[in-house]
Design a protein around this ligand. Structure first.
Ligand code: ITT
Length: 197
């Protein structure tokens, strides 16, 4: 079975990724499972640049096909912050209860029309022969008035999807994966990946 490494240390992401790609006939392993803990400088200015940096560093280290995910939350009222800095926003070790409450406070008294936000996900795939491909997808929503739900990770408890009348943290994992930025980007790259392995 073909081995593919997913260059992430985020366990919330990895859980979703394994579920979304479970029908692929590949041995998909995380950095931890590969025994790797690379120090990657995510100094790109775009999701694409950072996803490519992560995939290439680990591909060069291992000689395997490597996938990577760079993602984040864009809040329009905050000029698209935290964006590519979503993981580092207010400090990497600050709890998401604090980060999420801060964003809610920033939007206090802001009308629904101005609370628009989206999750963005770029998946990069680096092949040992040197080729790198990417796919990008988004999911649109609004910032909730309060923290709601315990599923998912990160900013899910404040990301409200009007169509489903709940936050992504209130959705079942399979429901979120069906409509999420990560689900869509991974399903798109899956088609390209299958052509090459
Ligand atoms: P790796 O680089 O090791 O993959 P990371 O968490 O540092 O892990 P990113 O730099 O791509 O990854 O930052 C993504 C952040 O965006 C993540 O930590 C969350 O704060 C947020 N995020 C992305 N997708 C999300 C989702 O589906 N639900 C909630 N928050 C999400």
């Amino acid at each position: 079975m073909k081995k593919i490494i997913f260059a992430t240390s985020n366990e919330g992401k990895m859980k979703e990724i394994k579920e979304i790609l479970k029908d692929l006939d590949i041995d998909l392993i995380s950095l931890k499972e590969a025994g790797l803990n690379p120090d990657i400088d995510e100094n790109g200015k775009t999701f694409e640049e950072n996803a490519i940096i992560k995939a290439k560093v680990v591909m060069e280290l291992t000689g395997e096909i490597v996938l990577a995910d760079d993602s984040g939350l864009e809040v329009d009222y905050m000029d698209k912050a935290p964006g590519v800095y979503s993981a580092r926003f207010m400090g990497e070790d600050t709890s998401y209860t604090i980060k999420n409450q801060y964003i809610i406070d920033q939007l206090k008294a802001v009308k629904e029309e101005e609370r628009s936000a989206r999750f963005v996900c770029v998946i990069a795939c680096a092949f040992p022969e040197g080729e790198v491909i990417t796919s990008r997808a988004t999911i649109e929503g609004i910032i909730a008035n309060q923290i709601c739900g315990t599923n998912g990770f990160g900013y899910d408890p404040i990301f409200y999807v009007p169509e489903y009348r709940c936050t992504t943290a209130e959705m079942l994992p399979e429901q979120k994966n069906k409509i999420s930025h990560r689900g869509k980007a991974l399903r798109d790259i899956k088609t390209e990946l299958m052509k090459r392995i």
